[in-house]
Design a protein around this ligand. Structure first.
Ligand code: ASP
Ligand code: MG
Length: 416
């Protein structure tokens, strides 16, 4: 089994000692364990702040050296706490267990893992404690896997070791229908599919890193999210099967860190979209929703959303490229948010969008953009409408109560 403990679980020495108790308990139950740790809560942000206080755009290589140090502190402290309890333990950096990644500093992808060191430690009845979030590239340089990347480390190790389960211990006791801090009626889900979880992570649910869920789905690693502080079964993330009943909407995710950019009057011709987005993606900026409307008088408007942190850089790039793209004007808004309904049951039910729009209209909320996938509907709205929107939707789709769950295919429940 792989157990991963997040930042709040190792926030101070008392909590690290508590984690050591949990690890010892699992060992006594007979499980072979590999443990992955995050940096102590707030530490990665603190380090990031230090780097940025010296230079606004520090070298990515050096930032990885800096940020990866947070996890090294936790791994050593946990190993010390385990040894104090008589449990043999050995801490390892990403490089020491050969978590090999590409060269993309700050968001590197794992390419290979050599399990030799870990297997050897396990054979010695020793608990390996691995630093999450970090790897090493072909040059031997330290890389990091993107914020929240310790989840990915854990899943990747579980896949490489063919673990029975990858347990993500965190400060919440599972995946909820929405963030309970915003909607007190939100409920914990006992199970959810990889596809749904992928959408939730992608749409702003901070419970699991997107890459970790992708990885788990691809290698079929059973993933469980559970609390470090409260006993319980947590939420199991698995494949969809026939037995699993699919509510139309399983959960609502939201993302506060959105921004929206529109190019007005882009010439309606082949290559127009490429002209606009090419320079943005070349700068490594990830674009999310893309909306292009039908042209009128040979020109069209082109809108896309992106992370708020990338907003000013994208605006600069587009402004500099305005002549090239042929657009007449550039407008942007970085005070927007995204709300998404997610549910595999949407595949077989119509009217979900209609009910969503009706609910938002009822709150006097204006919808700026809409995007859909097979199991998701997202809208972008003004920041000030976030809470009212999420609360109204949570109630409208019956997420307050345990749902009368429809069988996945075909049965009634049509909304529109
Ligand atoms: N410490 C890193 C972060 O804060 C990685 C992680 O916690 O998963 O993003
Ligand atoms: Mg995390």
């Amino acid at each position: 089994m792989v157990q991963k403990f997040g930042g709040t679980s190792v926030a101070d020495c008392a909590r690290i000692e508590h984690v050591a108790d949990l690890v010892c308990k699992a060992r006594r139950a007979g499980d072979d364990l590999v443990v992955v740790v995050s940096a102590m809560a707030g530490e990665t942000d603190r380090l990031l702040g230090l780097g940025k206080s010296i230079c606004q755009r520090p070298s990515l290589r050096e930032m990885d050296v800096l940020l990866s140090s947070g996890e090294q502190v936790s791994m050593a402290l946990l190993a010390i706490a385990l040894e104090k309890r008589g449990q043999a333990a050995r801490s390892f950096t990403g490089a020491q267990v050969c978590i090999r990644t590409d060269r993309d500093h700050g968001k590197a992808r794992i390419e290979a893992i050599e399990e030799g060191k870990l297997r050897a430690a396990l054979a010695d009845h020793c608990v390996p404690v691995v630093a999450g979030f970090q790897g090493v590239n072909a040059d031997g340089d330290i890389t990091t896997l993107g914020r929240g990347g310790s989840d990915t480390t854990a899943v990747a190790l579980a896949a490489a070791l063919k673990a029975d389960e990858c347990r993500i211990y965190t400060d919440v006791d599972g995946v909820y229908t929405t963030d309970p801090r915003m909607v007190p009626e939100a409920r914990r889900l006992a199970r959810i599919t990889f596809d749904e979880m992928l959408e939730l992570s992608g749409q702003g649910s901070k419970v699991l890193q997107v890459r970790a869920v992708e990885f788990a789905g691809k290698y079929n690693v059973p993933l469980r999210v559970l609390s470090t502080f409260k006993q319980g079964q947590g939420t199991l993330i698995t494949y969809e099967d026939d037995v699993m009943e699919a509510p139309v909407v399983s959960a609502i995710a939201f993302n506060r860190d959105e921004a929206e950019i529109t190019l007005i009057g882009v010439p309606d011709q082949p290559g127009a979209a490429f002209q606009v987005l090419g320079p943005v993606s070349e700068a490594g900026i990830v674009v999310d929703m893309i909306v292009q409307n039908v042209a009128r008088d040979g020109r069209l408007d082109f809108t896309f959303t992106l992370h708020r942190n990338d907003y000013s850089q994208a605006m600069e790039i587009l402004q500099a490229n305005l002549k090239n793209s042929g657009a007449q004007r550039l407008v942007g808004n970085d005070r927007v948010v995204k709300i998404s309904l997610v549910g595999v049951g949407m595949r077989s039910h119509s009217g979900v969008a209609t009910r969503m729009f009706q609910t938002l209209a009822g709150q006097g909320i204006n919808i700026r953009l809409v995007a859909t996938s097979e199991i998701k509907i997202s809208v972008v709205v003004d920041e000030k409408h976030l809470e009212a929107g999420v609360r109204a939707l949570h109630a409208a789709f019956g997420l307050h109560q345990p749902q009368p769950r429809n069988q996945a295919a075909g049965k009634g429940g049509r909304a529109g």
